[in-house]
Design a protein around this ligand. Sequence first.
Ligand SMILES: [Zn+2]
Length: 353
Amino acid sequence: MFFMVAIANAQKAENIIIITTDGFRWQEVFKGMDSSIANDPQYNQDDSSYIFQNYWSNDEKERRKKLMPFLWSVIESKGQIYGNRGYDNKVNNANPYKFSYPGYSEIMTGFADTSINSNSFPPNPNVTVLEFFNQQPRLKGKVAAFGAWEAFDRILNEKRSGIPVMSSFDAAGGKNPNANERLINAMNKDSYRPFGEGECLDVFTHYAALEHLKTKKPRVLYIAYGETDEWAHGGKYRSYLDAARQVDAWIKKIWEFVQSDPQYKNKTALFITTDHGRGDLIKKEWRDHGKDVVDAYQIWFAAMGTGIPAKGEIKDNMQLFQDQFAQTIAKLIGITYKAKHPVSPEIKSVLGK
Ligand SMILES: [Zn+2]
């Protein structure tokens, strides 16, 4: 019996998939849609009936499940979900800025580097956990990243790290795109660009990443969706909720593929989070984040898969920080991330300790 427990604890994932959806609030993750925002004609895109039909229930647990059905079924039963401040389960940005580049850098470096204070910051001087993975002999050339936002080229220091970072309107498939990649690239190129040249629609990032997963079989894959943040800034609550529900549906598709493929099945960990929160105390601030939006440091994360015991929604009083994610991600695949900058320790409860 003791021996069996020891074996189970020692189990590590061989592959990891990291997923972020930009600026998606813990409030919607744990409580579902907010009826006061949905009822406000400034935010409901003249279609509150659509929002209520799709996402409303008087029961909070049913309501959040309507928004994120995969999170609140499979991940809840097989994984762990952190950040419900209703139980004082707190996950915070350690960086003081509460916007994207500092947040993604904190996730990927395990370090709140206060010199990183702008979204137009040059290529990351710090070596991210993804770059560190790509330096390990068993993972070299098996790390890839797909992000809707162009800044991921700099956040992950594509040039120095050698990791392919397919961001915004970059073509997928490198020099030899397959037929699916050629179609994805053509559609992305010709698509509607509501967010300008710096960010594509999530659908293109998703399908390019899924194609890479299926055909190139990376050991480490990072997918960064962006629409949740963009629609919130635009004050479009219906689109914000739709984008989140779509991300949840895509996570389901990714997991179904993982569990159907011999390289990945029962050998893969999934880590899902966000770069920053948004406002809440002052209602109109749901659109915003950044230094002056008081509650925008409040975030959440979820994890599921090999090496992650099923604990469901975590209801313990805890204070966790985003700068703990990088080492947690590394430990999930049995690696200790080392860097020249300080790296915060892993979250032991994710790993079952
Ligand atoms: Zn934003």
